[in-house]
Design a binder for this molecule. Structure first.
Ligand code: FAD
Length: 617
């Protein structure tokens, strides 16, 4: 078989990698345990959410799969943080699990340069420090110029429910033991992490009458820039219930048989998505924890109780579930479990996600220490695009932290590494107001177009949006209105675009007042945000410029971080602990803000001036 790139794994990272590389005209072979499981959601059937929807929009802006598949499969859409600032607003969609998988598989199958096969890879061929192909369990060896490994939670995967233990990458899937052991011998810095999933419950056994309903938003948002609500299938409601003290007592009574508490799981779990046993242990004073009851799909009678991920013994899970309001007669269809797996230190990767020690071998997804479909997909895209660009001898695609969450994700992973499953948050980005989910297309689509990775249709949609923003802005520039309806005291008419700076002013209301037809949501949001936050946006742009200018500046050894005026104690401690050698290094320390970097720069300058005065120029 003659292929350019082999992608191992048909999860979220693997699918984006394979699709991107084939769009860049490379012959791709996707090798995965089971082609029928391509695009499977291992855990929660949901895409997006805080920090994560920003990644989805960026993947989408680059022509990726995730956003459009979420639109084709979404049965409940919501904008989270809708009342907060535009930087932290996030779209979340609940997917029909089967429709999502079908949407991904349909796209993968339609790519004529992309072939998928069901096989297990048991080794990666390496010659003279270069990856040259893969060895399959069937005995065949396939050569390729680039190999992208996206094995998720499967490497030495072990599943735990109470005292039961079994090998597996996830329920009903075998683990990758042979490949994992071969990879260990390559000394790529492996360690163990763990994650978990809640029990699934039969919807028809739940008493929904006592529960709070959570309908989706109306009008419905979309995940993809080329999505539309017409694509969405029939919508469903989510519901909310809570744990109670009885639930907590039941869990406490089984802790001695919990694999997490009895020491049988070594791997560190996700801090921000802990198991219910972890939550009641860590937050012992909390009397209750919220549970979102999310449908698994239109044709499924199962729900996903989001918030009670657990690996407690089955008898405890049964009692625990039945102690919860609405679940008194609940039937469990699949017990919750934890999965422990190998991951590799991402500091051994370059910005393209190629391993530093083995040329032509790329790692993407959960194996790099992340958790979540979106984080995996973003990395798959980076690896797929860069593997293809490298084959054409083109410059790599490297995103900066200032331009995208993808840039933040890759930079965090390869410079800081991770000791626990890494998930994306808006707080990880220094320039949040510039990296909004609504402007991901403006930040990335022109580059994607120049690379030749996106469809003509997507480019036209983008151009149309930009033309509309310009036309609407020009029209608004000419209009003046009475500001008193928007909190203004002055009676004389003022330009609409300056009234928009008032916190009370909403562009939608101004259009209504003017009896002007509303443009599409993305256009409205862009004009409103860029005007309302013009001052902050300008300041962030200046900060980026300044930091870029000094990025490679060295921090003199003599600098005493605790002497820096105005710096918080937390920032001082972090700098003293890491002792960064350059400004670029300092700005990558979590919690070191652009403002802290500015103070550091001022301090260095002051110190250098006083040194020059002492010893002369
Ligand atoms: P995966 O989606 O795991 O895909 C890996 C692919 O590689 C599979 O197709 C597999 O068949 C294939 N593969 C592996 N080894 C081989 C081989 N040797 N040969 C051929 N094919 C191979 N994320 C959250 O954000 N929140 C959660 O609460 C959460 N809970 C989870 C609970 C469980 C039990 C599991 C399993 C995962 C959970 N996740 C959660 C994580 C989420 O599922 C992953 O982040 C995401 O699926 C990772 O995508 P990936 O592409 O890296 O790997």
């Amino acid at each position: 078989m003659n292929v350019d790139i082999i992608v191992i794994g048909g999860g979220h990272a693997g699918c984006e990698a394979a699709f991107a590389a084939s769009r860049l005209k490379k012959k791709v072979l996707l090798v995965t345990h089971d082609v029928l499981a391509i695009g499977q959601m291992s855990c929660n059937p949901a895409i997006g959410g805080l920090g994560k929807s920003h990644l989805v929009r960026e993947i989408d802006a680059m022509g990726g799969l995730m956003g459009i598949c979420a639109d084709r499969a979404g049965i409940h859409f919501k904008v989270l943080n809708a009342s907060k600032g535009p930087a932290v607003r996030a779209t979340r969609s609940q997917s029909d699990r089967l429709l999502y998988k079908k949407a991904v598989k349909t796209i993968i199958d339609s790519e004529h340069l992309l072939t998928s096969i069901s096989e297990e890879v048991i080794d990666i061929e390496v010659k003279n420090g270069k990856a040259t192909g893969v060895k399959l369990k069937s005995g065949e060896t396939i050569s390729a110029s680039k190999i992208i490994l996206t094995a998720g939670t499967f490497l030495n995967g072990k599943l735990f429910t109470g005292e039961e233990e079994a090998d597996g990458g996830r329920k009903r899937s075998k683990s990758s033991k042979i490949l994992a052991n071969c990879l260990r011998s390559l000394n790529l810095g492996d360690a163990r992490l763990k994650t978990g999933t809640p029990p699934r419950i039969l919807a028809s056994s739940i008493d929904f009458s006592s529960l709070e309903v959570q309908p989706g938003d109306s009008p419905r948002p979309c995940m993809s820039f080329i999505g539309s609500s017409d694509m969405h299938p029939t919508q469903m409601n989510c519901f909310i219930t809570r744990t109670n003290l009885k639930t907590h007592d039941i869990i406490k009574s089984g802790l001695d048989r919990s694999p997490m508490f009895s020491g049988r799981i070594d791997g560190v779990g996700p801090r921000y998505c802990p198991s219910i046993e972890d939550k009641i242990h860590r937050f012992a004073d909390k009397e209750s924890h919220q549970i979102f009851i999310e449908p698994e799909g239109l044709s499924s009678d199962e729900v996903y109780p989001n918030g009670i991920s657990t690996s407690m013994p089955k008898d405890i899970q049964k009692k625990m579930v039945r102690s919860i309001l609405g679940f008194e007669k609940a039937k469990i269809t699949q017990f919750g479990y934890a999965v422990e797996y190998d991951f590799f230190d991402p500091r051994n990767l370059s910005q393209t996600l190629e391993t530093k020690s083995i040329e032509n071998l790329y790692f993407a997804g959960q194996i790099n220490g992340t958790t979540g479909y979106e984080e995996a997909a973003a990395q798959g895209l980076v690896a797929g695009i860069n593997a293809a660009l490298s084959l054409d001898d083109k410059d790599p695609w490297i995103e900066s932290r200032a331009n995208s969450y993808i840039g933040v994700l890759v930079d965090d992973l390869i410079t800081l590494g991770t000791k626990e499953p890494y998930r994306m948050f808006t707080s990880r980005a220094e320039h949040r107001l510039l990296l909004r989910e609504d402007n991901a297309d403006q930040r990335m689509t022109p580059y994607a177009y120049s690379m030749g990775i996106i469809s003509k249709e997507r480019w036209e949609v983008f151009q149309k949006k930009m033309d509309m923003i310009e036309a609407e802005t020009q029209a608004l520039e000419k209009i003046k209105i009475d500001p008193s309806s928007f909190g203004g005291k002055n009676k004389s008419k003022q330009p609409v675009l300056s009234i928009l700076k008032r916190p009370e002013a909403k562009l939608e209301d101004i259009y209504k007042l003017l009896e002007k037809p509303l443009p599409e949501k993305g256009v409205l949001l862009d004009i409103e945000t860029t005007r309302k936050y013009a001052g902050y946006i300008e300041r962030q742009k200046k900060e980026i410029k300044k930091i870029k200018k000094y990025e490679n500046a060295k921090i003199p050894k003599e600098i005493v971080f605790s002497d820096i005026t105005g710096l918080s104690n937390e920032a001082k401690q972090k700098l003293e602990k890491v002792l960064p050698k350059t400004i670029a290094h300092a700005q990558r320390i979590p919690g070191i803000t652009p403002a802290a970097i500015s103070l550091l720069l001022v301090h260095i300058k002051k110190e250098q001036n006083s040194l020059t005065k002492k010893i002369g120029p």
